[in-house]
Ligand binder design. Structure first.
Ligand code: SF4
Ligand code: SF4
Length: 243
């Protein structure tokens, strides 16, 4: 699972390796990077974006999102639909209009993060790579930090926690090679991971917990908290597709 926009390139950072970087309004390059990019929307990214836009999930999906199959894994891959000029629809002269809820790829940039499940039940293993984009003046700034400090500064913790949780689906041990979902499975994928308003009635339906192996407390938690509903969606879909 790759949490960066576009292809994973760049030089891998050694653990604790320090680098110079800062991004702020006033730099001549400000806003220029919010165009001509693939901007993946992982399930938690979409939850936060929908929260920022305060619109129904179906409306955001229809107007702001493109769907394709990931060329490597085959999983449905959602991304921000750019304008005809190739610009992110959320950028303004003042900067990002959804800044507090901007997606993982925008937070982690100018790094890229690749992650895979840990071995023996351990934590996921991650690596960070530098994305030295031409014209980005952030690399010339005096501030010095490492990847861990960048993660903290960019508020990535809840995103990484949610994205790590979804590894139990995306890298399920029963998955064999490229995934190929049929139309019905794709609909279930979108519903359970993105259109939580459409998934909720299923979770509320009588017998849901018994049928799919979730206890009453788990179901109640999911119905009371959207982040928990998304986690339930991950586990439900893993069960439907692989178990
Ligand atoms: S410093 Fe880099 S990341 Fe920041 S606005 Fe400029 S190009 Fe974008
Ligand atoms: S979501 Fe915000 S930070 Fe990300 S590309 Fe769009 S305007 Fe830029």
């Amino acid at each position: 699972m790759i949490e960066s926009g576009g292809e994973l390139g760049g030089r891998r950072l050694a653990p604790g390796e320090r680098f110079n970087f800062a991004c702020r309004p006033g730099l001549a390059c400000f806003n220029t990077c919010c165009r001509d990019k693939r901007l993946p929307l992982l399930p938690y990214d979409f939850l936060r974006l929908r929260r920022a836009l305060d619109l129904p999930a179906a409306q955001v999906l229809a107007k702001r999102v493109e769907l394709e199959a990931d060329p490597v894994s085959g999983w449905p891959a959602l991304r921000v639909k750019l304008t005809e000029k190739g610009v992110c629809p959320f950028v303004t002269d003042q900067g990002c209009s959804v800044y507090a809820h901007r997606p993982t790829c925008c937070r982690v940039y100018p790094l890229a993060r690749a992650v895979r499940p840990g071995t023996g039940g351990g934590p996921p293993q991650e690596v960070f790579l530098r994305q030295d984009t031409p014209g980005c003046l952030g690399w010339d700034q005096p501030e010095e930090l490492d990847a861990a400090a960048w993660v903290t500064q960019q508020g990535l913790a809840p995103y990484q926690a949610a994205n790590n949780y979804s590894l139990r689906l995306f890298m399920h041990p029963a998955r064999r090679g490229e995934v190929s979902l049929n139309q019905q499975q794709t609909h279930a994928f979108i519903s359970a991971l993105y259109n939580l308003e459409a998934f909720r009635p299923l979770v509320e339906s009588p017998g849901f917990g018994d049928k799919f192996g979730f206890d009453d407390q788990r179901v109640a938690r999911a119905l009371a908290d959207e982040e928990e509903l998304l986690k339930l969606g991950v586990d439900w879909l893993a069960g439907v597709l692989f178990e």
